[in-house]
Design a protein around this ligand. Structure first.
Ligand SMILES: [Zn+2]
Length: 280
């Protein structure tokens, strides 16, 4: 069977979401990508988690064409494939309607970096997209959901995007979005503030530095280098969303952590200067 190891990793990530209480019934899905082959493994649509097996996973190409499997892929497939095409550094995507992260999404609010738990995983606030327009909702809704996320990470604000087809092989191809000139880079996202500001939507974000986005009126999408890491990030996102909610309940004008504390904790675990854990 095609991509057996990735199928098992994606199955495990899906089951982890249930185990950690992030998913009710069949809401939620996880996928992973084999970058060498340009193939995506995703949960099938509407199958009970109790019955889910690795052979039920569906394999598609980066455009969502079915390559292997007999079941229909998750209905969110187009969001997953768009994120894989636009964020070449990511290897897995998870979507849940976990309660507290979804509450922020429903309020259309980013999650500020209120503490070191947040800073250990996310280098800055968890952004929230703009609401989808009626035209987007009535059109290629699932694809438009992905576009809203990418637009936010490119710092494109409300600018409309056009899809420009890139000829050639599907694998390892670059961005297919016509961009307004901003691209995420170390110099820009290193200066990320812990607390959201009014001009945040114009700041590009590195998707690996902040591996999650809230879709306004919907719920979070989370990613990582592997299915395990994406599921782990989704669990942590829900925990920090719960803590942020409570922080704001206790003190609505609560301050985000300082830039120094954000830097100290984020770079302790990430990047060239990471010191957390055991040496390998
Ligand atoms: Zn959803």
């Amino acid at each position: 069977m095609l991509l057996q190891s990735l199928r098992e990793q994606v199955l495990e990530a899906n089951l982890e979401l249930v185990k950690r209480g992030l998913v009710l019934y069949t809401f939620g899905n996880a996928s992973g990508i084999d970058r060498q082959q340009g193939l995506v493994v995703i949960k099938p649509s509407g199958v009970d988690y109790d019955d889910l097996r690795s052979e039920h996973m569906v394999v598609t190409d980066l455009d969502g064409n079915l390559v292997d499997g007999t079941l229909k892929p998750s209905s969110d497939l187009d969001t997953h494939t768009l994120l894989y095409r636009e964020f070449p550094s990511i290897g897995a995507v998870v979507h849940t309607h976990s309660e507290f992260a979804t509450s922020f999404a429903q309020a259309g609010l980013p999650i500020p970096a209120f503490g070191t738990t947040h800073a250990d995983y996310f280098y800055g606030p968890i952004p929230c997209t703009e609401p989808l327009s009626d035209a987007a909702i009535g059109g290629r809704y699932v694809h438009e959901t992905g576009l809203a996320i990418v637009r936010r990470f490119r710092g494109l604000g409300a600018s409309p995007l056009e899809i420009v087809p890139i000829p050639g092989p599907e694998i390892d191809r670059g961005s297919t979005l016509a961009l307004g000139g901003n691209s995420a880079g170390l110099s820009s996202w290193r200066s990320a503030a812990a607390r959201p500001s009014a001009t945040d939507h114009l700041q590009p974000i590195d998707p690996l530095a902040v591996p999650a986005c809230l879709v306004a009126g919907h719920a979070p999408f989370v990613w990582g280098r592997t299915p395990h890491q994406a599921a782990h990030n989704a669990v942590v996102l829900e925990a920090i969303a719960r803590m942020a909610f409570r922080t704001l309940t206790l003190k609505s004008e609560a301050e985000a952590v300082s830039q120094a504390l954000l830097d100290r904790h984020y770079f302790r675990k990430h990047g060239a200067t990471a010191t957390y854990g055991q040496p390998t």
